[in-house]
Design a protein around this ligand. Structure first.
Ligand SMILES: Nc1ncnc2c1ncn2[C@@H]1O[C@H](COP(=O)(O)OP(=O)(O)OP(=O)(O)O)[C@@H](O)[C@H]1O
Length: 591
């Protein structure tokens, strides 16, 4: 069993543990059903032995009446059971929706969200069905076995061994069948994807004379699905043996061993009662369990694995080579990029060329509204360029594995501090890693004050600067090599901002692009991109001071503020966890 599966089992166990109350109520109402099952065999047995065979018909009728009264009582219990199943299934759906929507939003894929939320509905319905089935089997079995025990313990000796064999057989098929089912679905999806591709390009296939090659490719996929279907069918046969062994074999044994049983004091009524338990309760319950839990269990396993591990049909982001972009490819590259907010609108970015090397640190500066955020959104793949070419880590922008964009208004959600920090990670964040990241960006003291990594985090109770610190620590922990800070430190004081920016600049294999709103921020960067309407210039701080009038203007406007702030940067290494800066970052100057 791999770590992921362990985590899944732990998570599933935790889900039920946190809802002990609902599970307890579910069990309590199920007891009514179990009582009905118990009486379904016990009452006819007593009616026969103590009533009709003993020439006491009224007693016999009385016992049958008891069995009849148990039916509405059991039905009432079943009704209450449904309510409690809903109380289990709905939170599961909510939890799954939160995860898949977050991932879809992270990938900026509306289609993925819609597809995943549909899968969540399937998971919720299947889960509710499985809870009902499994619970019904357990309580029916408990009722029937208790009844057999009360009638005569010898009956258990005949019934229990084949029943146990049937259940063991069923349990043994669960995991292999889930795997085969997933393999079959994957093969089926591969054929669907191939056919969609081929049917859209039939004309090209014919024009290029590639019919044989395309047919061979599709044929290989069909063969793969055929093989997957055969393996699945083989396991279905093994599974079909489970209800035969567990449900039908005990009936045969009971009939065959009837003389032996009656010779040891088992009454005719007890035999009839035992047969009733087997044919009316255990056999149908086992049949439903193997069929329902088999099919539903495999489906739920497959859907959950896809939902929780992100293996949905949408294309996975290209993996990022550890340590950043492939050798030779810059971290970020823009060639002739033009973008406007609408077909008739004046472009905000026009013919922009920009190269940020692996490990580089770039500050983007310019007057308010000139297009700084637009450039970061284009690099992040949140906006799509009208013309030109953008590459992040050598690939088209978009995959969150390549970049993380932190905007001015930091997004923090209700959950634990750890949930918030690990939000951009597929794998769990270790304590020391989280602490190191928090320490690096200056969020450690805040996290201590909140009560540590597992403390609950209430977004409304945090100041804007505190939310930014959490978002910064989260970005620091993300595996993305390119970090885009779009005024992501604007609510921090200069010292806290400097600390965070230095931490990102020093992040191993990391590339940093900062929309700067302070002179110090631009000075810290190796290179500065000055945006001035359609004109841009890129160089070092000193080069731009020498050749860019716009940059000199900006620096002039910043200078007064910078002088006042410079002292603070030296004095307060982690000063500003709660500091609020007012509104947009550059209210007075041209920035
Ligand atoms: N969603 C949008 N739809 C239409 N126009 C937009 C949109 N977002 C931004 N703009 C416009 O595009 C221009 C560039 O905006 P952008 O936010 O990129 O500038 P900025 O340099 O980051 O500004 P600031 O420093 O104030 O954040 C502005 O004129 C802005 O009004």
């Amino acid at each position: 069993m791999d770590g992921g599966r362990f985590a899944g089992v732990r998570e599933g166990w935790g889900f039920f543990r946190r809802r002990r109350g609902v599970v307890g109520r579910l069990a309590a109402w199920s007891v009514l059903e179990a009582g009905q099952t118990l009486l379904a065999g016990y009452a006819p047995a007593r009616a026969l032995d103590a009533g009709f065979l003993a020439h006491r018909p009224l007693t016999g009728l009385g016992w049958l009446g008891v069995a009849a009264v148990a039916v509405p009582a059991g039905a009432y219990g079943t009704g209450r059971v449904y309510r409690n199943v809903a109380a289990l299934a709905e939170p599961l759906r909510d939890a799954l929706v939160r995860r898949v929507v977050a991932r879809g939003v992270r990938r900026a894929e509306a289609a993925a969200v819609s597809r995943l939320t549909h899968q969540v509905e399937i998971a919720r319905d299947t889960f509710a069905g499985l809870v009902l089935l499994a619970r019904s089997f357990v309580f029916t079995a408990v009722g029937a076995l208790t009844g057999l025990l009360l009638l005569d313990p010898l009956l258990l000796v005949v019934v229990v061994p084949p029943l146990a064999v049937g259940l063991a057989l069923f349990a043994a098929t669960l995991r292999p069948m889930a795997r085969r089912q997933e393999a079959f679905l994957t093969a089926d999806e591969a054929i669907a994807a191939e056919l969609a591709l081929v049917s859209g390009g039939l004309r090209d296939v014919t024009a290029a004379g590639a019919e044989d090659r395309v047919a061979a490719g599709a044929g290989a996929l069909i063969d793969a699905e055929y093989r997957a279907a055969r393996r699945l069918a083989w396991w279905s046969v093994v599974r079909a043996a489970a209800p035969v062994a567990g449900g039908r074999l005990p009936v045969v044994l009971l009939l065959a061993l009837a003389p032996w049983l009656t010779g040891r004091g088992v009454t005719p009524g007890a035999l009839v009662g035992a047969l009733t338990y087997l044919t009316q309760s255990l056999q149908p319950a086992l049949q439903t369990l193997t069929h329902g839990l088999g099919t539903g269990g495999s489906r739920l396993t497959v859907v959950l694995r896809r939902l929780l591990r992100g293996a949905d049909a949408s294309p996975r982001p290209a993996p990022v080579p550890p340590g950043g972009p492939p050798p030779g490819a810059p971290a970020v590259e823009l060639r002739g990029v033009t973008f406007g907010y609408g077909p008739g609108a004046e472009p905000v970015v026009r013919g922009l060329d920009l190269t940020v090397p692996h490990g580089g640190h770039l500050a983007v500066v310019g007057p308010s509204g000139v297009g700084k955020s637009t450039v970061t959104a284009l690099i992040a793949g949140v906006l799509v360029a009208d013309a030109g070419r953008i590459r992040v880590c050598g690939a088209p922008p978009g995959p969150p594995a390549h970049r993380v964009l932190i905007p001015q208004e930091a997004y923090v959600f209700t959950g634990t501090v750890r949930d918030n920090l690990g939000y951009l990670r597929e794998d769990p964040v270790a304590d020391d890693e989280a602490r190191a990241a928090a320490e690096a960006v200056g969020a450690a003291r805040l996290i201590d004050r909140l009560g540590g990594l597992d403390a609950p985090l209430d977004p409304a109770a945090l100041a804007a600067g505190e939310r930014q610190l959490i978002a910064l620590a989260r970005a620091f922990l993300s595996p993305a090599p390119v970090v885009l800070l779009d005024e992501a430190t604007c609510h921090l004081d200069p010292a806290a901002e400097a600390r965070a920016e230095r931490a990102f600049a020093a992040r191993p294999g990391g590339t940093l692009i900062v929309v700067a709103h302070r002179i110090a921020s631009a000075r810290r960067a190796g290179r500065v991109l000055v945006m001035d309407g359609p004109h841009t210039d890129c160089g070092t701080h000193q080069e731009l001071l020498d050749r860019s009038a716009r940059y000199r203007d900006l620096v002039g406007a910043w200078d007064g503020r910078a002088d006042a702030e410079a002292g603070a940067e030296e004095e307060a290494p982690e000063a500003a966890t709660g500091t609020e800066r007012v509104g947009r970052s550059h209210p007075a100057g041209p920035l």
